[in-house]
Each structure stands twice: as C-alpha cells, then as structure tokens.
Design a protein around this ligand. Structure first.
Ligand code: AHG
Ligand code: MN
Ligand code: MN
Ligand code: MN
Length: 332
C-alpha cells in the first residue's frame, strides 16, 4: 500500500539524522554531525559503564565539583569522554558541564553551537548497578563564530534550545532526543555498535498514576506538594523513585506519571540544575506532549542568570503537573 511510514523502526540513527537533515533545506549538516558526535561519546561511555566493576572505575574520585558533591570516577570519565568527542568532532565552540565550573573552550571557535551537559546523571547509582544517564542541551551561539564563545551563549533561556536529549544506560542503552519536531528514541545494539530507531515519535500520556520523588524529604516540601503526594497515596498511585532523573522521567514518559524535586531544607533553591538538567528534560517532555514547571511557572520560560543555577522541578504528564502547580501557586 501507499501507507508507508516515513522512517521505519530499525532505521539506524545515522540514517535517521541524514533524513532529517535532507528534510530541512537550510540545514548545513553541522547539527547532524554534532548529534553523531554525541552518539559516539555515548557508545564509549556505555562501554566504560558496562565494565565499570571490572575496570576499577567505581567509587569516588577523591575530588568535589562546584556543587560540593564528591565526584565519582565515572562522573569524571564521562565528562572527559564527552568533552573529547565534542572537541574532536569540531562542531562545538564551548561546553558547560556539571563537573567544571567555567565555560570550557574546545579550540573550535569557528563553530556555531555550544553544548551544556550533565555527563553522568544519577551518580549514586553507579556502584550499585542501577540505571544512570547523560543529559545534553544544544544552543546556537549568539556571539560571533570566530570569536570565543561566552557565558551568555549558554544563558539564552530554555526556549532557545536547538536540540536536547538524554542517554539512558539501563537494561539497554537508549538515546532519546528532540530537535523541536517531536521526540525519537534509539536503542543501542552493542554487537553492531549502532543505535536503531526503537521509539519513533514518542508521546507521553496526558495523565498517569505513578509519582516519583525522594519521599524521605517530604516534610521539607511546600504544603501544596505534601498534600498532592498524600492525594496520590489515597488514590493508590504507584510510587517509583530510581534516584536518576533521567531514568525516572523516562519511565514516566512511557507510562504516564509525575516526577517532583521540590526545594528542600538541604537544597533551598531545589537540587537540580536548570541549564543541563531542567531545561533539556523540559524541552523534551514538552515535545512529547507533557509539561514541566518549577512549581510556579513553565520551566522553559524561567529566567536563567548563572551556569549552575538550581531549580525545583515538576515534570511529566500534563494533567498531574498542572494540578500540583496550580495548587502550589494558590497556597504561596
Ligand atoms: P547527578 O548525579 O548528575 O549529580 O544528579 C543527581 C540528581 C538526579 O539525577 C536525581 O534525580 C537526584 O539527584 C537524586 O537526588 P536525591 O538523592 O536527593 O533523591
Ligand atoms: Mn553530581
Ligand atoms: Mn544529574
Ligand atoms: Mn551528573
């Protein structure tokens, strides 16, 4: 029949990227190459992760990052691997990473993109063989290519993202990303060394029955959020919390549900970082038909003023996110 799916399941990531590029006449191929560089780094990191227990790369590295967190060896390894791939790929002028406080110049000032990354999300899961991930966010720089990229290139705001996505190193490795035209997911076939389209045009249910938060902190949460969680319990929702933002949001993306990381006593502005955790996940979830707020406003329009700024995050199925955000605003 004529009823052909444009991009069939099983298409390689490379071919998919190429088709997307061909479909947009203005594309120069630079973003396509950048996405391939990210996929390459993801393969390398997935290889390190899958052998972590054998390579003696578990445990802490003995240093702290600018957030005062003990860096795990794999935090540092993932940071180095992604940086190297982006540097060698040549399509990125500068990178901001969770693991380094300053803008990192790649030596490619002529490039027109900058990338913000959380190289390894869910660090506390590394040593216990539980899912971890990588988050990335891509901006077209505002400063002139040829000159060094500047902080302002990263502080354009969530709506200016050109592409965003994550790699989930779970029971299988999955790369999920958006360029603003929906969300697609690719599963890694390690014996072939390729990502294949496995989750075309991902959409998230508008409602759901899973809630995900660190319930040990519930007494610190704003009253409206405490009440919302009590209501979830009374309605016999399922509680699921992996402790890696990506894994929790990915599950809820597929099944419907809500993830909350509100402000707490230990993290009065929230724990998650706006630039490389909040914005990319919010862009992607909105592209899948879901919503994300900071408890008061749409996350993508939240003003950003510093590279490592934190934010409360409520993300997932639109009906749940809207409900708790409305209630929270009323009680403020
Ligand atoms: P990271 O490992 O990149 O520092 O991020 C950790 C984040 C996020 O992945 C996760 O959802 C959250 O921290 C878990 O925090 P708690 O241990 O406080 O629940
Ligand atoms: Mn960390
Ligand atoms: Mn993280
Ligand atoms: Mn991290």
């Amino acid at each position: 029949s004529e009823d052909v799916v444009a991009v069939p399941v099983g298409t390689t990531l490379d071919r998919f990227i190429k088709r997307q590029q061909q479909a947009s006449p203005a594309a120069t191929g630079e973003l396509s190459q950048l996405l391939r560089d990210i996929a390459l780094a993801a393969k390398i990191v997935q290889r390190e992760i899958s052998r972590a227990g054998l390579l003696a790369v578990t445990g802490s590295f003995g240093t702290e990052n600018q957030h005062g967190e003990a860096q795990q060896k794999l935090d540092v390894i993932a940071h180095i691997r992604f940086l190297r791939a982006l540097r060698n790929g040549g399509e990125v002028a500068a990178v901001v990473s969770e693991e380094e406080d300053q803008v990192i110049h790649t030596g490619n000032p002529g490039s027109k993109y900058v990338v913000a990354i959380d190289p390894l999300d869910g660090s506390s899961n590394i040593d216990v063989n539980v899912s971890i991930g990588t988050i990335f966010s891509i901006y077209r720089r505002q400063s002139q290519p040829g000159t060094p990229a500047v902080e302002a290139d990263f502080l354009q705001g969530g709506l200016q993202q050109v592409a965003a996505g994550y790699v989930l190193y779970g029971t299988s490795t999955l790369l999920v990303y958006t360029t603003g035209q929906g969300v697609n997911g690719f599963t890694y076939n390690s014996s072939l060394g390729e990502f294949f389209l496995s989750h075309p045009t991902l959409t998230t249910p508008v409602d759901g029955r899973i809630y995900s938060c660190n319930e040990g902190n519930i007494v610190d949460y704003p009253l409206a959020i405490q009440q919302f969680i009590t209501a979830c319990q009374q309605a016999r929702f399922t509680a699921r919390y992996i402790g890696a933002l990506i894994a929790d949001v990915h599950r809820n993306l597929l099944k419907g549900g809500i993830y909350l990381y509100p402000a707490t006593q230990a993290a009065p502005a929230g724990k998650l970082r706006l630039l490389y955790e909040g914005f990319p996940m919010a862009f992607l979830i909105e592209q899948a038909g879901g919503s994300a707020t900071d408890g008061q406003q749409r996350l993508l329009t939240k003003p950003i003023s510093t590279l490592h700024q934190r934010t409360p995050l409520i993300i997932g199925s639109t009906q749940l996110v809207d409900l708790v955000t409305q209630q929270n605003k009323l009680l403020l």
